[in-house]
Ligand binder design. Structure first.
Ligand SMILES: Nc1ncnc2c1ncn2[C@@H]1O[C@H](COP(=O)(O)OP(=O)(O)OP(=O)(O)O)[C@@H](O)[C@H]1O
Ligand SMILES: [Mg+2]
Length: 320
């Protein structure tokens, strides 16, 4: 594998109409999870990527496996747990904040929450180019946190790059200091993705640039702060700053998944040898594309589609 990851893959039930879920009559079925979204994004860009997870012995588990296989993600390390269900979550759109989405999890005690160090195949991690982790999996359970810690140690011991997205989900952690303590070690990863909200939890009271410089001093070489509709800013190991504004999109359908698409394209661009500025531009394009549809991965682009999108935006600006 070029890239491997560990995390829960769930069935996403996305509200077809905007507004509070209690009034929503129809939901659309998708398959998603931050880590698998990133792996799918990387496959679309020509890389080989695999996910370590567990699904239930149920219809949704079969759906998750079919979907991952269909997207050509390696599922050779996915296990079926007969005693726990596949996780599910719902997305409420445009309420109470128009243009934003809210997630409601039904994943506690799921098959993936039972991942443990026994599910980590050392060779699978050691033989990949990079291990991609996010702050979500360590929040799922103690055994998940131990599994991620083990994978991290295996990667470190075998000179495998580690790429980390802080992705702090307070609905899972419930307690900020627990999140801060559990995630601290991953901040030395080669590339660290984060956002302003997460930096506020990890480095309370610090400015974005002070927090980025603390992450760099832990050993990271590239810190990328995603800024939603404001784009993103990156800091390299010398604390040079790179900034790109977001693309303007005509409609926002569902912003969930934009960050994962951004990560996939940024990682692929850097591993292809592109400049940080170019990687930020491409990643921003991927994030913009994903907010225009429901579902996290359906609008993740290929290289060709990225170029078409960026070219069309340039033309629109020239005509204005
Ligand atoms: N409304 C938008 N319009 C255009 N582009 C957007 C918009 N929202 C997000 N993006 C793009 O997607 C990227 C990632 O979005 P976002 O900042 O929400 O990710 P995130 O920090 O990973 O979010 P999350 O809290 O869901 O993990 C942004 O940096 C930007 O490039
Ligand atoms: Mg994110």
């Amino acid at each position: 594998m070029d890239f491997t990851s560990i995390g829960e893959v769930m069935v996403q039930l996305n509200a077809l109409s905007p507004g509070p879920l209690r009034y929503v009559k129809y939901f659309e079925v998708h398959v998603a999870g931050s880590e698998s979204n990133i792996m799918i994004g990387l496959v679309k860009l020509g890389y080989r990527a695999g996910i370590v997870t567990k699904v239930g012995d149920d219809e949704f588990g079969k759906l998750v496996l079919n979907f991952l296989r269909g997207e050509r993600v390696d599922v050779s390390r996915v296990k079926v747990d007969e005693s726990a269900p596949t996780g599910v979550y719902f997305i409420q759109r445009h309420y109470p904040v128009p243009g934003k989405s809210t997630v409601f999890y039904y994943r506690h005690g799921s098959a993936a929450s039972r991942l443990s160090p026994n599910d980590i195949d050392n060779d699978y991690i050691a033989n990949s180019k990079a291990l991609v982790l996010t702050g979500i999996t360590p929040a799922l359970s103690d055994s998940c946190r131990e599994a991620v810690n083990k994978a991290y140690e295996v990667a470190r011991a075998n000179d495998v790059d580690v790429i980390f997205d802080t992705n702090i989900r307070m609905k899972l952690w419930r307690n900020e200091s627990r999140a801060r303590e559990s995630l601290a070690k991953f901040l030395s990863s080669k590339i660290v993705f984060t956002n302003i909200e997460d930096l506020g939890i990890l480095f309370p009271g610090d400015s974005v640039s002070d927090a980025a410089s603390k992450i760099i001093s832990k050993g990271s070489t590239l810190v990328v702060v995603k800024l939603g509709e404001e784009g993103a800013v990156a800091y390299d190991s010398r604390l040079n700053t790179y900034r790109v504004g977001a693309f303007k999109v005509p409609l926002i359908e569902d912003v969930i998944g934009a960050g994962d698409a951004f990560n996939a394209v940024f990682i692929a661009s850097i591993y292809r040898g592109m400049s940080i500025d170019q990687a930020l531009l491409y990643a921003n394009a991927a994030g913009a594309l994903v907010v225009t549809v429901r579902g996290d991965v359906e609008a993740q682009p290929s290289w060709r589609e990225l170029e078409i999108f960026i070219e069309s935006c340039r033309k629109a600006v020239m005509l204005r």
